[in-house]
Design a protein around this ligand. Structure first.
Ligand code: SF4
Length: 372
């Protein structure tokens, strides 16, 4: 397969669906880890194509969704300071903090700029030596190499007015946290192919063995997802629990070594709080001591911002752990919409609530109407 359309071929999709149907003898629950996979599943109706005995749960792999409220509040405080140019990927701008989001800071005159790369933020710092430039460094293993490179270059070139507000998270500890929960329903995972393209999948072997769950590294096109589900169900039916690689056209077992090297140079593993979930030990990246001068939380006094409670009616934490689906939230589509989001899973282009709103809204409304 060389071209995009081939990964969306309806005849091949039907063949794979039939193969899954033939395999299934009992109910199975599989979690796709990445928000991009969730959107593809809902967009192409893959959850409706597979047999009803196969339940797909949506995982925590949406970086915007899991960035803690406190970090958003810190970003808002920094962006509001005179003399600061605050740079971020666009989808962070509408994530609600406790009182407001970055977009409203921008509307009020704050110098908040959307960039497409951390190196763009570094370039802004070079062009504005009399201003402090802060980049909001969020995301999983996929964005960490680029962010690490920006900090590395800033240190190497002595760009002293550049810093990063870091909220990096790591996938394997999150999978372990989900599997360790007494309420865990997950029997197999579709691991996020793009994360594995950077980190490989060596780290997944002990998780599959320890918890007895199949983990299939899976891509993002409809046929990728159907094939990932097929491989996962096959293992479950055969009583096996190993790591398999559906996305071999992109992912190798050892991943991208140069990318891993720059991440290891700049970052170290730290404990990290996940929005709606809480702290997961060893689940984040923070700057190493020798790069500490580029840490915005050290450079600026942010002591005014402490831990904040989440909006009470938002169940995004349960959604991110696969314990509830978005349309089980009482606020879904009424008090919480993409225009007026209560939680980050409704804001982000990768959020499960936004995916349901876009692709399952009529169905959710019908279900609620029937229930009332
Ligand atoms: S629908 Fe809105 S309020 Fe409900 S869980 Fe999703 S983001 Fe939170």
């Amino acid at each position: 397969m060389k071209f995009m359309d081939e990964y969306r071929d309806p005849v091949a999709a039907e063949r794979l669906t039939a193969a899954i149907r033939k395999l299934v003898t009992r109910p199975w629950t599989i979690m796709e880890v990445c928000g991009g996979q969730t959107h593809a599943i809902l967009r192409y109706g893959i959850d409706e194509l597979v047999p009803s005995d196969v339940t797909l749960l949506h995982g925590p792999g949406c970086p915007v969704c899991v960035t803690p409220l406190e970090k958003i509040d810190r970003a808002v405080v920094l962006a509001s300071r005179p003399g600061v140019i605050f740079c971020s990927f666009g989808d962070m701008l509408r994530v609600p903090g406790t009182d407001r989001d970055l977009l409203s800071v921008k509307a009020a005159g704050g110098d908040v700029r959307i960039v497409y790369s951390p190196l763009d933020a570094l370039a802004i710092a070079r062009e504005n030596p009399d201003r402090q430039v802060v980049f909001f460094a969020v995301g999983f293993e996929t964005t960490a190499p680029g962010n690490a490179m920006a900090v590395f270059q800033a240190k190497r070139d002595g760009v002293r007015n550049f810093s990063v507000l870091v909220s990096h998270v790591l996938v394997p500890p999150a999978l372990e946290a989900i599997l360790s929960s007494p309420s865990c329903r997950v029997q197999g995972f579709l691991a996020a192919g793009h994360v594995c393209s950077v980190m490989g999948y060596i780290e997944y072997h002990p998780i599959a063995a320890r918890y007895g769950v199949p983990i299939v590294v899976t891509g993002f096109e409809p046929l990728d997802l159907l094939q990932g589900i097929y491989l996962c169900v096959k293992q479950l039916e055969e009583g096996r629990a190993v790591v398999e690689n559906q996305y071999s056209r992109v992912v190798s077992e050892s991943g991208n070594r140069p990318a891993q090297a720059i991440v290891a140079e700049v970052f170290q593993v730290v404990h990290r709080a996940w929005r709606g979930i809480g702290e997961i030990p060893g689940s984040g990246l923070g700057l190493r001591g020798e790069y500490g001068a580029f840490d915005a939380e050290r450079r600026f006094d942010l002591s005014e911002v402490g831990p904040r409670p989440e909006p009470e009616e938002c169940i995004a934490g349960h959604v991110l752990q696969g314990l509830k689906k978005p349309n089980e939230c009482a606020a879904f589509g009424t008090r919480c919409t993409p225009e007026h989001p209560l939680g980050a899973t409704m804001v982000s282009s990768e959020g499960a609530c936004a995916a349901y709103y876009r692709h399952r809204w009529h169905e959710a409304r019908r279900t609620r109407h029937d229930a009332e």
